[in-house]
Design a protein around this ligand. Structure first.
Ligand code: SF4
Length: 689
């Protein structure tokens, strides 16, 4: 039996493992001593490998390229040459007729790693000539990236996953780690065992609330009101650090002008909690020696996501709970390489390494390295992923290249998204499974699976780690970076990389903060946590030490905002709040975990709508009943799960199931500052059948 070192592909915790291979089949996984997991794995890491063997538990792998010659025609199997020639010709026609900005691409934040994403964005910018490149961070932690870059200068966790267990206080705000990042949840339990205080603020009494010293159940959609009041208490009770504020921040007086209006009493009704609990939480946070705020999509998938992140960052600065190993900000990213997608410039306003497309010096550097004439790279930020529906309706986007995502399953308002995808002149999908999106495509490229390729992932805490191929690609599958470079070469911008290390070395040369992260340093269980600017640098577990922020004058910018209510409030027709959440056994659109024996046995379709027993009783609904859930976008059938931990007036559904798909109900309304959908709040009703 052989062992091949890999990084788990199921969340941003970045757990290292060995894939166990016998006679060309992956037969098991075992945790190894990675920096974030220290040998531990959760159920997904241990049991999530079957699909590599094409076990066809849910769907078969895609093993050869296909094209649909005419709209309405059938997908037909073709050779790689024919598929690539067809695609290059169609993309070139669209570019010539409508311009490069008529083509939009979205990268993959899971399987293939940073090298494939780097080559895809290079193809987008250098070959097609547009900044229309995005990734799924747009629909999850986009507000964290933007909100933190606006305030402290870097859109990532300021602390490290291992250091979480040494904090004195951890406050979880709209973040359910036991479902999202089980190994991070274990770090929080370890912190508790070492004496840390835990605060959970969430409408649902999540698993971690059971070990919390203070659990505050708030209403859905009130985040900014709550955080403004929390900040108000810190300053009103003189718990802020005036010396730190003077030396290391800008804008305190203007910030306080807004925050001073948000007393705990003033938000009690909108938040639905006891004002004294807000005071208690603020005192615990501000007076602990080292406090961390962790947040998830309960913060970001809201209408005011960026503004809440601005406020969280300001709170950490005002209370001087940032810039130490065990004190800071922890927006823990969802998909395993969503941090990496952002690191690699799969973002319409950022080149790799967070270098802005609007900066002429940065563009000139990339033009020189990529052999492009001066002035070739586009300077205007491109479309966001969530611009796709209106971009297609307005005729601005004619072609969409989808890489390793399934927007028809994971984006809001599925009916609208389906119409969007069907109205494109050209839909290209590169994936390992025939997802709902891929089934609509005009071109299907079979990429390689986790376990079949080499590369580097970025864990949520900025840790680069290598993974290696355990088995060769199945069927005619090609490495994803090879597909992009062959297409680019056919379209007149040749690329000829030999392997992923050559690509990675180009990334290092172009991105000063990644330069020291060599393959050699990351061999085995090695790792490099950016910024890692030199070969000698061991990496940087903690950002902003000594109050040095990543802004022009090294000072944090304090920003405050007034609270506004969510867009679609409950009413007589739709009296409940629908909130989308995730399920611990499944991942993203479920194409991978649904094709793993153990994980697929965890639950069967349809998924569940979790509802408070009082709300269920009022509707004559019993546990496990089949029910309809309806909203202004549609209705779906699913099963009721009566759950005391659910707050009254709200229901919770995962987005992973094909039957009972909650995105048939959600709406396409976004945070105007980030373009991130308001997935955590729409109005609905539940009816018994
Ligand atoms: Fe994989 Fe995340 Fe579980 Fe670690 S915590 S084994 S990275 S799913």
């Amino acid at each position: 039996m052989e062992k091949h070192m890999a990084v788990c592909p199921y969340c941003g915790a970045g757990c290292k493992l060995n894939l166990l291979v016998d006679d060309g089949m992956v037969i098991g996984a075992e945790g190894i001593d990675g920096v974030t997991n220290e040998g531990e794995l959760c159920l997904k890491g241990l049991s999530g490998f079957d699909f590599i063997n094409d076990t066809k538990i849910l769907t078969p792998r895609i093993l050869h390229p296909m094209i649909r010659r005419e709209k309405g025609g059938e997908l037909e199997r073709v050779t790689w040459d024919e598929a690539l020639d067809f695609t290059a010709q169609r993309l070139t026609e669209i570019k010539e007729k409508y311009g490069p900005d008529a083509i939009m691409l979205t990268g993959s934040s899971r399987g293939p790693g940073n090298e494939a994403n780097f080559v895809m964005q290079k193809f987008t910018r250098a070959c097609i000539g547009t900044n229309n490149i995005d990734n799924c961070a747009r629909t999850c932690h986009g507000p964290s990236v933007i909100g933190l870059m606006d305030t402290v200068g870097s859109g990532a966790m300021s602390v490290s996953i291992p250091n979480l267990e040494n904090a004195d206080l951890i406050m979880l705000f709209g973040y359910n780690p036991s479902a999202s990042h089980p190994i991070v949840a274990r770090r929080i339990v370890k912190a508790k065992e070492k004496g840390a205080k835990i605060i959970v603020v969430d409408p649902r009494s999540i698993e971690t609330a059971r070990i919390a010293d203070l659990y505050i159940q708030i209403k859905n959609g009130c985040n900014l009101a709550f955080m403004n009041a929390f900040a108000n208490v810190i300053v009103s009770e003189n718990m802020h650090d005036k010396a730190f504020i003077d030396a290391h921040t800008n804008g305190f007086d203007a910030w306080w002008e807004t925050i001073k209006n948000y007393t705990p009493e003033s938000v009690a009704e909108v938040c639905g909690c006891d004002p004294d609990d807000i005071r208690k939480a603020a005192r615990m946070y501000a007076t602990a020696p080292n406090s961390v705020i962790g947040w998830g999509m309960g913060v970001t998938q809201q209408r005011q996501g960026v503004k809440v992140v601005h406020t969280i960052a300001a709170i950490a600065c005002v209370a001087n709970q940032i810039g130490r190993d065990n004190a800071g900000l922890a927006p823990v990213r969802g998909q395993n390489n969503v941090q990496g997608s952002c690191d690699m410039g799969m973002w319409p306003s950022l080149l790799p390494g967070y270098q802005k497309v609007e900066n002429p010096e940065m563009r000139a550097k990339f033009e020189k390295a990529w052999g492009l004439p001066a002035g070739t790279l586009p300077a205007e930020p491109g479309f966001k992923l969530t611009d796709l529906p209106h971009g297609v309706k307005e005729g601005k986007i004619r072609a969409f290249y989808n890489f390793g995502e399934d927007p028809l399953q994971t984006e809001p308002d599925s009916a609208d998204m389906k119409e969007t995808l069907e109205n494109l002149d050209l839909l290209i999908s590169q994936d390992i499974f025939m997802t709902q999106t891929t089934a609509l495509a005009d071109v299907v490229f079979p990429g390689t699976s986790w376990g079949e390729h080499d590369g580097v992932f970025s864990a949520s805490d900025r840790t680069f780690q290598r993974f290696t191929a355990a088995v060769p690609p199945k069927g005619e599958c090609k490495h994803d970076w090879q597909i992009f470079q062959e297409l680019s070469t056919r379209m007149g911008y040749p690329m000829h990389y030999e392997d992923t290390e050559e690509i990675w070395n180009e990334v290092r040369e172009l991105c000063p903060n990644f330069y020291g992260a060599t393959y050699e340093k990351m061999a085995g269980t090695g790792h490099a946590q950016w910024p890692v600017p030199t070969l000698e640098c061991p990496g940087t577990p903690t950002l902003y030490k000594n109050g040095q922020f990543n802004t022009a004058d090294k000072k944090a910018i304090l920003m405050a905002h007034d609270f506004v209510e969510p867009t679609e409030l409950p009413d007589d027709a739709y009296p409940l709040v629908l909130c989308t959440v995730r399920e611990v056994g499944h991942y993203s659109c479920r194409s991978m975990t649904g094709n793993c024996k153990v994980l697929s046995m965890l639950a069967d379709e349809p998924g569940y709508v979790h509802i408070n027993p009082a709300d269920a009783e009022a509707r004559n609904i019993r546990d496990e009943d089949l029910v309809w859930v309806s909203s202004r976008r549609g209705k779906v059938i699913t099963r009721a799960c009566l759950d005391e931990r659910i707050n009254k007036g709200a229901v919770y559904m995962t987005y992973q199931w094909w039957i009972g798909k909650c995105n048939d109900l959600t709406m396409h309304v976004t945070d105007p500052l980030s373009g991130t959908p308001e997935d955590k709040y729409s109005a609905c009703e539940v009816h018994s059948i």
